[in-house]
Design a protein around this ligand. Structure first.
Ligand code: FEO
Length: 403
């Protein structure tokens, strides 16, 4: 097999994982993912990152097709999460590099993950650089994108940013460049990845985007550690998309999620969605039993309204709704309108608990919760329809004010 060339003297040596649909144990990756590592060939040869331990046979195969491993002089470890550092011990034995560069926080994290005695570790801070011959590697710390240790590398001579988790996509393909695949699917996987992994750190994203606009930071190609490399118009496009994602401006769509026992809350959900539709706001209904929370979160990324319904069960919401709200709250979405609804038999805490969840996420709730005992009457269903209409009207006011 030929080496996988990304640009002159820069090669992909990672692993494509079509069957990885459970990403890190908390998010779905329906299109699989890739674990990317790269090699720069120069006077000093450099390996950037490794892959998950179980995918090391792939990485070693691609590496040996590209370079004699013993000719690698430097490692750059951008991030210590095990999908990038899992193969590090094996790769150190294989290559015996002169230096392993990481961020100061990466140094501390590696010490907690491995026995690093004897490793040629060297911590590097933002602004430090190393000369490799024709190319220079500049290091930029990127704390919390995705862990405190995260950093990226910029090679000015190649106008190349090696971005680790940032700008990643969970998308397994035989292609290596974003411009070789469907633009719609690529953008969906970028948005899905951001909103399930990076979203809580949107403040840091905005600072990072400003930092990489500094003088001398020309970027014509972005090589992340998951998914496809962005070049041509995709490089500025991904920077624009990340700014949009991080700003979290409200979107003119609604999302109604619910769980149900005897279909009462389900009927209420349908009427809320009908009211949204009547107000001109496109909406989607997602029963939480049918969709993993990460798929619901990806949908919410395009919605300015979240209506949540659950029957009362054992004095609170059904567990799938509690799990979903826990997941969404942890991702810290902002600038949404919220609404609560649900049926109950005798105690009725379900909708009240949802109100409290939405308050804790600082979602404006312009309409009081709608609850009904046992089965929704025509009057209750009309209230639900009115809830949808009122949410739609309020969203239009918010959007008009944010123009
Ligand atoms: Fe792809 Fe935070 O690891």
């Amino acid at each position: 097999m030929l080496p996988v060339k990304i640009s002159d003297d820069f090669f992909w040596v990672g692993s494509v994982n079509f069957d990885c649909v459970d990403f890190h144990g908390y998010s779905r990756s329906p299109r699989g993912t890739t674990h990317n590592a790269y090699v720069l060939k120069d006077k000093k040869n450099v390996l950037f990152d490794t892959v998950k331990q179980e995918h090391m046979p792939d990485m070693v195969h691609y590496l040996k097709n590209t370079i004699n491993p013993e000719d690698i002089d430097y490692f750059v470890i951008h991030h210590t999460e095990l999908d990038h550092s899992g193969g590090l011990e094996e790769m150190l034995r294989l290559c015996r590099p002169e230096k392993v560069f990481c961020s100061p926080m990466g140094y501390k994290s590696l010490e907690k993950h491995f026995d690093v005695s004897g490793w040629p570790l060297q911590a590097v801070k933002t602004g430090e650089s190393i000369n490799c011959g024709k190319n220079t590697i500049r290091f930029i710390e990127a704390p919390m994108l995705h862990w405190p240790d995260s950093m990226v590398s910029h090679i000015p001579e190649k106008k190349l940013l090696i971005s680790n988790d940032i700008f990643g996509q969970n998308y397994a393909t035989m292609e290596r460049f974003a411009d070789q695949v469907s633009p719609e699917i690529w953008e969906h996987t970028l948005r899905e990845y951001y909103h399930n992994i990076i979203l809580p750190y949107s403040g840091q994203v905005l600072k990072f985007l400003d930092a990489i606009r500094a003088p001398g930071m020309d970027i014509a190609m972005i090589a992340p550690d998951h998914g496809l490399v962005m070049r041509g118009e995709h490089a500025p496009r991904v920077l624009d998309l990340y700014r949009q994602y991080a700003e979290q401006k409200p979107k003119r769509r609604g999302l109604v999620v619910y769980d149900t026992m005897w279909h009462s809350t389900e009927k209420m959900a349908a009427c809320i969605a009908a009211g949204l539709c009547e107000s001109g706001v496109p909406s989607r209904i997602m029963p939480v039993k049918n969709f993993h929370p990460s798929l619901i979160m990806t949908e919410l990324s395009q919605c300015g309204i979240l209506a949540v319904g659950s029957p009362t069960h054992n004095n609170t919401v059904l567990q799938a709704v509690a799990g979903l709200l826990t997941y969404i709250k942890g991702l810290r979405p902002k600038n949404r309108l919220g609404a609560a609804f649900g049926s109950f038999g005798w105690s009725g805490e379900g909708a009240k608990d949802i109100v409290a969840w939405l308050e804790s996420m600082k979602f404006e709730q312009p309409v009081p919760a709608v609850s009904c005992q046992y089965r929704p009457s025509a009057d209750i269903l009309e209230q639900c329809r009115g809830m949808g209409q009122a949410l739609g009207r309020r969203l239009d006011e918010v959007l008009a004010g944010s123009d």
